[in-house]
Design a protein around this ligand. Structure first.
Ligand SMILES: [Zn+2]
Length: 231
């Protein structure tokens, strides 16, 4: 197969592989997103009593100070009591006074009716997974396009290689013409690299030369020329 066609086919193969990965990523992560969306859809709300030992962790996000508040809380679903905990970005400040005068910190939480122990102080969102999916797909797309259209450098290198091989063949033809008059008569029984007295096809001096073969060209070349850039 001609090298250009081969290169094109390899590129198409890499491109198709990238496209396959994109499809897999899209549907694989899409499955997670759908599962998450179904969960968010069926969440129900309940009032929770928040424990007073909330903790706060401060950190920097893109140079701005931010805090996460970690709450634990209790709630009741269908007579069964559950404990939950969640970290949210804002403090809770809803206080209720109970009938016997006690003050409680309360909040609304979301829970999964299929698994009431699963609860959240803030409704979960799918944007994070969506962002990851978009990021991966964009990277894979760039990679696939690079496989299809990029890689100019190696294509250039291939062309240079092909060109120098062609030049070498042309040189061999010329050296064969120049050294043909002194090729030994028994050249057919000689091996590539055998030495004899004759004309060097490159520098055209009469000296000890080595028999050299490239494709259909047989010629003699002196050691100096053989190891120089002329050959
Ligand atoms: Zn020479």
């Amino acid at each position: 197969m001609n090298p250009k066609t081969e290169t094109k086919l390899l590129r198409l193969r890499d491109f198709a592989f990238g496209m396959g990965l994109i499809a897999l990523t899209w549907y694989g992560i899409g499955y997670l997103i759908d599962a998450n969306a179904a969960l968010v859809e069926r969440l129900e709300t309940t009032s929770v009593v928040v424990s007073e030992d909330a903790s706060r962790s401060d950190f920097e996000l893109k140079g701005a100070k931010a805090s996460l508040y970690n709450f634990s809380y209790t709630y009741t679903v269908e007579g069964e009591e559950y404990e939950g905990s969640d970290s949210i970005s804002s403090p809770l400040s809803i206080r209720e006074r109970t009938l016997d005068g006690k003050e409680l910190l309360t909040a609304t939480a979301y829970y999964d009716p299929q698994d009431p122990a699963d609860s959240y102080l803030e409704k979960p969102d799918t944007w994070f997974v969506e962002k990851i999916r978009t990021g991966i797909v964009v990277l894979l797309s760039l990679g696939s396009l690079a496989a299809l259209f990029g890689n100019r450098e190696s294509e250039e290198a291939e062309r240079v290689k092909a060109k120098s091989a062609k030049q070498r063949e042309q040189r061999a033809t010329k050296y064969a013409r120049i050294s043909s008059s002194t090729l030994p008569e028994n050249v057919n029984s000689m091996k590539d690299g055998n030495r004899y007295q004759g004309i060097c096809g490159a520098c055209e001096t009469q000296t000890e030369v080595r028999l050299t073969k490239l494709k259909d060209s047989w010629f003699g070349i002196c050691t100096k020329c053989y190891f120089s850039k002329d050959w």
